[in-house]
Design a protein around this ligand. Structure first.
Ligand code: NAD
Length: 296
């Protein structure tokens, strides 16, 4: 890693735009060849306002690259059997290539039972047990979107992963654990920290690449970061004054790091882009094309 006076700010919007351009060409090619676009069904249960916004962003992103998208809205009172029946119907529909159930679900619905009903061939969020298992084995077809976006950002910036010390702060099933597995698969030496880790700084200071996904503003301050480290801030926190920040003290840490992602405009735009990539991959697989949408 190079040592710099100020970090290069990784422009996630720029990298997302570039990837989407390539995806747009692939979607158009599939439409021309098969007479139908790749198609994503998003299932939204209940009235959670942030979820509604995320779903609308996903639909907009689909339209932007030529993926058809359908949103199925169900009331918060929907029972498990009714939800599973809707998923089954989408599983059977040959015009649907990807299915995503927006999380979080209302508390009465068991998340795993729901996610495991999605056909593994349409599981573009990569949360089905089968796809989680294949991630552990290094054979993932649909890597979960946020970790996939982190990996793509590192690759797009030409940042080497093999042999690097990677510290992931956060051990959730959707971000921390899969990020750690994916970077380990790329031959990094990986350490995972979480809320019960004693003296977080003694781990983070060793990181050549520090990925932070805890959901705690200002968790990472300059003293915790090695000079020249690459810092990827996955956190999204809305402060009482309405400002959106990550988990890293951006202004302080950028003086010490070699690369840093801003929030917003870093990992966030990549997450939705990787969902588009996975949906195109699902369509290609269903139509018998083995090449993946992102070239991995
Ligand atoms: P989560 O709450 O499920 O998990 C948080 C993890 O951080 C847990 O493993 C917890 O042990 C750990 N943690 C909490 N406090 C800690 C501390 N003080 N020190 C060390 N570890 C600590 O959250 P999540 O779903 O993994 O999301 C994490 C953050 O990433 C949130 O801010 C979320 O909004 C954001 N996020 C961003 C994107 C994106 O596209 N940019 C996508 C998903 C999540």
């Amino acid at each position: 890693m190079t040592q710099t006076a100020g970090a290069k700010i990784i422009d996630g919007r720029h990298h997302a735009r570039q990837l989407r351009e390539a995806l747009r060409i692939k979607a158009a090619g599939l439409l021309a060849k098969f007479g139908a676009p790749p198609k994503l069904t998003v299932i939204l249960v209940g009235d959670d306002a942030p979820s509604r916004l995320y779903v609308s962003n996903k639909s907009k992103a689909c339209r932007d690259v030529g993926i058809a998208s359908v949103v199925i809205e169900l009331p918060a009172s929907t029972g498990l059997e009714a939800l599973l029946a809707v998923i089954e119907e989408q599983n059977r529909d040959p015009s649907v290539h990807g299915i995503l159930v927006q999380l979080p679900l209302p508390a009465h619905l068991p998340v795993h039972a729901v996610l495991e009903r999605i056909s593994v061939e349409k599981d573009v969020d990569g949360f089905h047990l089968y796809n989680v298992g294949s991630l552990a084995l290094g054979t993932a077809v649909f890597p979960p979107c946020t970790p996939y976006g982190v990996q793509k950002l590192l690759e797009a910036e030409g940042i080497p992963i093999a042999g690097q010390n990677v510290v992931v702060v956060g051990a959730s099933n959707i971000v921390g654990k899969p990020t750690a597995m994916m970077l380990m698969q790329k031959d990094a030496t990986v350490c995972i920290c979480h809320a019960k880790t004693r003296d977080l700084a003694q781990f983070t200071i060793l990181a050549d690449i520090l990925v932070v996904a805890a959901g705690k503003p200002n968790l990472i301050v300059p003293q915790m970061v090695k000079t020249g480290a690459v810092v990827i801030d996955v956190g999204i926190n809305r402060l009482p004054n309405g400002k959106v920040v990550g988990d890293v003290d951006f202004e302080g840490v950028r003086q010490k790091a070699s690369y840093i992602t801003p929030v917003p405009g870093g990992v966030g735009p990549m997450t939705v882009t990787m969902l588009l990539a996975n949906t195109i991959t699902a369509a290609q697989r269903m139509w018998g094309i083995s090449e993946t949408s992102t070239g991995t």
